[in-house]
Design a protein around this ligand. Sequence first.
Ligand code: SF4
Length: 362
Amino acid sequence: MSDFLTGYRSRELVEKSLGQIRKLITRPWAIMEICGGQTHAFMQYGLNELLPEEIELIHGPGCPVCVTSLELVDKAVAIASDPNVIFTSYGDMLRVPGSNKDLFTVRASGGDVRVVVSPMEALKIARENPDRQVVFFAIGFETTAPSNAMSVLKAKEQNVSNYSILVSHVCVPPAMHAILGSPDNRVQGFLAAGHVCAVMGYKDYEPIAHKYGVPMSVTGFEPLDLTLGIYETIKMLEAGRTEIVNAYSRVVTREGNLAAQKIIFDTMEPCDRQWRGIGVIPMSGWKLRSEYSDFDAETRFNVGDIQTKESEICISGLILKGLKKPFDCPAFGSLCTPQNPLGATMVSSEGACAAYYRYGKK
Ligand code: SF4
């Protein structure tokens, strides 16, 4: 562990921070950590059990693998099954169940499905294989959008005409609106995801916080970051203040990374997006602008008439909305495990079901 991170993982400092939270809290509060990475960190470090029992953590839908729509997973499977295609993706997506099969099954049946660490690696594969179509599964929140957008800009600049991306970008603010505007909402405060805010800043969250009267702390991913985010949120809730506190100021500014935002907005525009288990959230995604439609795999391949079929057992939609916990699912740990997942929330390294399976005590 680097010296830099040692302080943020210091047991002594985390215990002190937990003590401050215990002194402050006077009543129950429900706080949503929007990001699946934070869900995993809470459970990995056992912080969910160390927080005062008045605090209920509600796990949010901030896991890009989990919310990628079944329709797009099925489209990925259809495109990857084309013998002229090299289909590239982050590893997590390969095991996400489609209606009938996943990308691993396509690979086992002879499909050329490759795990890459970035879209630029996929673009390199496209340059090296000019006779094949190379498709990258461009999933993610605002965090991955700049690199996906950059790969398209570079493909156009370098005339790499055999490269395209299957876009499944989702954005946090519309999801917050959907959660807070729902009649069954229980969220009283938010931990906003530090890495998303590193790109986009947090100015777009200010009107949301004020509209719904819900305070937010921009929060990082180390144990001390998480307890600090909780502390700041509880402090605002107890005082009746609706503000946004930046508890991750070593990385995040209010305006975010303007250069990264320019790359996104030069290449993509907002669109309605289907979230797996949740439904369509208006203007909650990004798609390629018409100038870049040649690089859109959905238009390049004929995959328009996909019929989808969700698992009848899986309740991941309710989990992603914060209405149920993974332990509430009758299939958890029996019919559904990371080796044999029924839903995306058991697959992803950021999925709530996978976090409970790996770190939960039940
Ligand atoms: S445990 Fe499996 S079946 Fe149950 S909600 Fe989670 S992913 Fe779906």
